[in-house]
Design a protein around this ligand. Structure first.
Ligand code: FE
Length: 231
């Protein structure tokens, strides 16, 4: 099978959230589609081991917040490369609770949101297809484009965790930029490129990895410098 062709399937990027009791969690998801218009339904695909999946299965509700193109990598990393079993991802995030579901929806880095109630779940080996009725939706008045997976991957040089439906162990996160001679994060796959530096952390272009401050962390997942190795 020539898996390269799968790289040409287009996706967006979203934060999908759910609740369990007084706990809340969310994760980055690429696989969100509108299934039908009338009734308005939506389908998402999540890893069956994700905490968010567990919450959705128990509570039967979730929200989808739509990320804009200029979403900081750190923000994507917070939701994409951390587990809600270890941290509260919403601790320092601006959010509201959905009017219909009481599930968090992003106030920052969001073009709007959808609230959904689960209609059916189809198990597909490692993942679940979750089909749901849209019970509320709101568009924020922001003049921005949505973030696509291809922009995240090719322009922002972003990676996907192993739990993603489009991650495959034979390919890893290949297919991005030429990364020869750089340092890469063993946790999330982020590449530190000295030519680019790390503008989000005020690291000037031209700064070698060895000269990064000791307290510098991976801009995507927050890993410390010792989790990096030479590419
Ligand atoms: Fe990382």
């Amino acid at each position: 099978m020539d898996r390269k062709v799968l790289h040409n399937i287009s996706y967006g990027l979203y934060i999908v959230s759910s609740i369990k009791g007084d706990k809340m969690n969310g994760c980055v998801l690429n696989s969100v589609i509108q299934t039908s218009a009338d009734p308005a339904t939506i389908t998402i695909c999540t890893n069956r081991n994700n905490l968010t999946t567990e919450f959705i299965k128990e509570g039967g509700v979730f929200t989808v917040s739509i990320l804009p193109k200029d979403t900081p990598m750190k923000f994507i990393g917070l939701f994409g490369f951390n587990s809600g079993r270890e941290i509260n991802k919403f601790k320092d995030v601006e959010y509201n609770l959905g009017e219909k579901t009481n599930v968090p929806v992003l106030k920052e880095n969001s073009l709007g949101y959808i609230e959904a109630e689960v209609r059916d779940i189809v198990e597909v080996e490692t993942h679940n297809l979750i089909i749901a009725d849209i019970v509320n939706a709101r568009s924020y008045d922001v003049d921005k484009e949505p973030l696509t997976y291809s922009y995240y991957h090719q322009v922002k040089n972003g990676k996907f965790p192993k739990s993603s439906p489009i991650y495959h162990e034979d390919e890893g996160n290949s297919g991005g930029k030429d990364v020869e001679g750089k340092y890469h994060c063993e946790i999330c796959g982020y590449i530190y490129n000295p030519d680019e530096g790390d503008p989000d952390s005020n690291i000037e272009p031209g700064t070698p990895f060895s000269e990064l401050p000791d307290d510098w962390v991976c801009p995507i997942c927050g890993a410390t410098k010792d989790k990096f190795s030479k590419v």
